[in-house]
Every structure is written in C-alpha cells, then in structure tokens.
Design a protein around this ligand. Structure first.
Ligand code: AMP
Length: 422
C-alpha cells in the first residue's frame, strides 16, 4: 500500500497543491486507482462518497489536462463528469476548483433548476472540464450549445444513483456522443447487475478498485436504534436534539413532504431547522445548504437524493427519522457524520413496522445496532400526536403529490391514519 502521494506518479505542482490543501496521505482508493488512471487505464471504482473518490479522478484529470497540450475549444469540453444530482455536481466542481487552483483550467457546471444562459456563455468561451447532470446536458447538446466529440475523459459518478433515478437511457445517449477512444471511469457505491452491465458497455478493460463499503463509514460511527412509535417520533427527535453534544445534525426522512413537516415542527419549538429535497429550487436548496454550513441553522432535514454526496464538515449526528427502503442508503446516510477521521453518532428512530427494514440494514453492515432507550416525557395536554401516514396527499396538490417516496420511486402503502380525536 502506498503511504504517500509522492509514490503515485503525480507531478510536483499537484503534489505542492495537495500539501497546501492539507491532504497528507492518499486514501485507499486514491492509492490504488491514481497510478492506473495516470497510465491511461479505464477504471471501475466501487466506492462511496467519503472515501476520497472525487480527488481520485480529479487529480489524474488535472495532470492529463496540464500535460496534453490540446487547445481549449468553444463548446467542446475535454473532460465530462456526469453526476446524478445538482448538489453532487456542485461538490465535484468545488473539489476541482480547489485542487486546480493556480492552474490554467476552466470548468463549468451544467445542471437544471438554474438559468441556462450563464452556462451557455461559459461553454461558448470554451471549458476544459464540464460537470453535468444528464437532463440539462442533453438539452444543451440537442440545441448545439455543447459538442461532446472532443471529450477525452468521461467520468460517471454514482452510477447506481444515476440508474436509480431513471437516467440510464440519457446516460447511454450521452456516452454515444463521446469519442470511442476516450478514457472512461465509472464510480458506484453499489454494483447491482444493471450497473455492472453499464460498466461493461462503457469501460474498456478497466482496472477495478473496490473500497469496502462498510469499513470507511460504519466503523467510526456510534450507532443507536431508538424504538419509538411513529406518532412519537417528532417528540423523540426533539428530545435527542436537545442533548448538548448534538451540534450539527442531518435528519433523514423518506419523503419530501415529511422533510418539510419535520423541519417546520422543529422550527416551531425553537430548534432552527431547514429542509432540503428535490422539490425545492436549486437556489432554495443551495440557500439551505449554505445556512447549514455557516451554522445559521444547525438541523438540516433531508431526503436521500437531496443529501446524497453532500460533504459538510462537523456533522456531529445523523438521525434517521425513518429508515430507508434500501439498506445501502443507511450506510450513505450515516456516512454524512464521522468524516475525515472524526467520530460521529447516528440515531435511527424505528417504529415496530420498520423492524424488517432494520434487520436488512443489520445484515448488510454485519452488526447489531445497539438499542438506546431515552425517557420520553409523557405527552403534554393538548400535544397533537403525529399522523401516521407520513405521505398523505395534500389538498393543494403540492409536495409529493404522486404519493411516492422520492428515493425508490416505489409506491408506498397508505397507512391507517390515527389522528387522535381533538
Ligand atoms: P469524497 O469521497 O470525494 O466526497 O471525499 C470526501 C472528503 O475527503 C472531502 O472533503 C475531501 O476533500 C476529503 N479528502 C479527499 N482526499 C483526501 C485525502 N487524501 N486526505 C484528506 N482528505 C481528503
């Protein structure tokens, strides 16, 4: 195992930059993947956010751009990085900007939900690296604002999530417009057969690097299950959040509607919270994230998709208000805390109806999550119990009106309502 960035074949100016940024030693995926990438190989990286995977592809890309001598051309990016969500795109863009500081690299992000004109103007001037989500990218390609024939490196990040979100055809269309002699990299946290099939289509004799899913995140995180009926979850959440050790928290819900609701209720009891989910405009999402990063609100309530890949330092706790459908999402969620060597704490509020889901998670992480039994004070007179159906339709048709959860696209069974007689 390489212990130092010096051994990986990176140029001195990149090594100097890593030093400035404070990356002292390569993470396992960086140590394993950077040398073959520098040698021009394709890569299949089985790794999730938090493993240092972004720098794994950014560093060889920067080295290639700096040494290739190719000219930058209008509308023709030389590198294309495809990501499933706007937040992840923004984060990749940030890492690129950080690591390329002082180099003559032009980068831009093409994502939906924000005005297209600045994106079109940047493309026209010529960019080296384009970070994009599939929908807006294809739109601009169709309207001839982007020409993918000059792409020499293609990265698909979080391929499993790209497919989960229904982008498989878009991805194929995009790939088909890039030259076949490109270098291709595919990263995925999980490797279901659809992703394996896509990898086979896109990659040419790839080097495969697996970073064990559970090692990175789960080990460092103190995990607890709190058994609590759904109608008491909000009160339990408030109780947990009032602990002084809790300084910056991400609370996960399965639906957008529930995220809004939990955030509003926390705000009402004086716990400053904001929600982030796919129904909010890009600007509103960014505002919520910025407020959270700056410490203006210390609780962010998020759905899986919106929170995917978000990299915020100093998240002391993650709370699963509801367990996710897919056990892998649990690992992603709790990975938002305990980053970069710090320890974190994850609480999961589990209604008896969610026990099966909990068993799926425990099987995946190969451990039993210890039970915590905080004393929930008795309900105050006039306290309104929670409505059990977390995803009920709203009269105004807003929110998640198709009654599906955001992450899985799976229809949710309607549960019995138990609004207590007022
Ligand atoms: P990623 O998995 O790419 O989302 O990276 C997770 C976090 O680790 C980001 O905040 C990176 O800036 C940071 N990071 C990446 N590589 C290193 C490294 N070699 N040393 C320290 N931090 C790193």
């Amino acid at each position: 195992m390489n212990e130092s960035f010096d051994d990986l074949g990176l140029h001195d100016d990149l090594l100097a930059r890593l030093n400035e940024v404070g990356y002292k030693t390569p993470t396992p995926i960086q140590a394993k993947a950077i040398p073959p990438l520098l040698a021009g190989r394709d890569l299949l990286g089985v790794a999730q956010t938090g493993t240092g995977k972004t720098a794994t592809f950014v560093l060889p890309i920067l080295q290639k751009l700096a040494t290739s001598g190719d000219e930058r051309r209008p509308k023709q990016p030389r590198v294309l990085i495809l990501a499933p969500t706007r937040e992840l795109s923004a984060q990749i863009n940030d890492e690129l900007a950080t690591l390329s500081e002082g180099m003559n690299i032009r980068q831009t992000v093409v994502i939906g939900g924000v005005g297209e004109n600045p994106q079109i103007r940047a493309l026209k001037k010529g960019v080296d690296v384009l970070v994009a989500t599939p929908g807006r990218l294809l739109d601009l390609v169709a309207r001839k604002h982007i020409d993918l024939s000059g792409v020499s490196v293609l990265v698909l990040d979080e391929a499993d999530r790209l497919l989960d979100m229904g982008f498989v055809r878009d991805v194929r269309r995009i790939v088909s417009q890039t030259p076949s002699h490109r270098q291709s990299l595919l990263f995925s946290a999980t490797m279901p057969k659809e992703v394996a099939a896509l990898a086979k289509e896109i990659l040419n004799k790839p080097e495969r690097v697996d970073v064990a899913k559970n090692e990175i995140t789960v080990k460092k995180i103190e995990q607890h299950v709190v058994e609590v009926p759904t109608q008491d979850k909000q009160r339990m959440l408030e109780l947990l959040l009032r602990d002084k050790a809790v300084s910056r928290v991400i609370v996960f819900t399965r639906t957008k509607h529930m995220a809004n609701r939990v955030a509003q209720k926390l705000d009402r009891v004086g716990i400053s919270a904001d929600a982030i989910h796919g129904n909010k405009s890009q600007n509103a999402r960014q505002r919520a994230l910025d407020g959270f990063k700056a410490g203006k609100v210390w609780v962010l309530v998020a759905t899986d998709i919106a929170a995917r890949g978000i990299d915020i330092d100093g998240v002391s706790h993650v709370v699963n208000y509801e367990l996710p459908h897919e056990p892998e999402s649990y690992v992603h969620r709790i990975g938002r805390t305990g980053r970069a060597g710090a320890t974190g704490v994850a609480y999961s509020l589990v209604d008896p109806a969610e026990r099966k889901r909990l068993r799926g998670i425990e099987k995946l992480i190969r451990q039993t999550i210890p039970l915590l039994k905080p004393d929930l004070p008795p309900r105050e007179p006039g306290d309104e119990p929670e409505v059990l159906d977390s995803n009920r339709r709203r009269g105004n048709g807003g929110g998640n009106s198709n009654n599906r959860s955001e992450a899985g696209g799976r229809p949710r069974r309607r549960r019995r309502r138990s609004r207590a007689a007022a």
